[in-house]
Design a protein around this ligand. Structure first.
Ligand SMILES: [Cu+2]
Length: 160
């Protein structure tokens, strides 16, 4: 009798731990749906030592099944007094050029005190995730103007 009870309790505990871990991991990424139309993720430029700069948060975790149901928007705030660039090889943005929808690699220049936002091409990420066959897909991001040689940059990690 008490054995069954214990099992129930530990299962509950495991589930609570899972939720808690999920919160911690997701806590780095402020993935908030804005007005229910798009999921917006905010990146903020941050000056680091030795004239370097990074985009925060450094880790963004997403899931294709839950986070890609609505348009995915990246916002970039640059509160510093230098221009920074958000570059993420492998990621594409979807932009309207003279009435034509085109996709191109994500490389966003944000002036001092500036802000910008772009719609990320979800289809490309979805096909990357599909091709990964159960593995997580990782995209690196950094400021190419102020990154350290050894710095791999931040990570956007996308699971199934
Ligand atoms: Cu920079």
């Amino acid at each position: 009798m008490s054995g069954i009870l214990m099992k129930g309790v530990s299962r509950c505990f495991a589930r609570a731990m899972g939720v808690w871990l999920g919160c911690v991991i997701g806590g780095g990424a402020l993935a908030m749906p804005s007005a229910g139309e798009a999921k917006e993720i905010l990146f903020v430029a941050h000056e680091a030592k030795d004239q370097q700069a990074v985009w925060l948060p450094t880790d963004v975790v997403m899931n294709r099944s839950t986070d890609f149901t609505e348009p995915l928007v990246f916002r970039f705030d640059n509160p510093t007094d230098r221009t920074h660039v958000f570059e993420a090889p492998g990621l594409f943005e979807s932009v309207d050029e003279h009435g034509v929808q085109v996709t191109r690699p994500v490389r966003i220049t944000v002036p001092p005190e500036g802000t910008d936002r772009t719609v990320i091409d979800r289809e490309r990420i979805a096909s990357d995730v599909q091709a990964a066959e159960g593995e997580m897909v990782t995209y690196r991001f950094y400021c190419p103007l102020h990154r350290a040689d050894a710095d791999l940059g931040g990570r956007i990690i996308v699971g199934q």
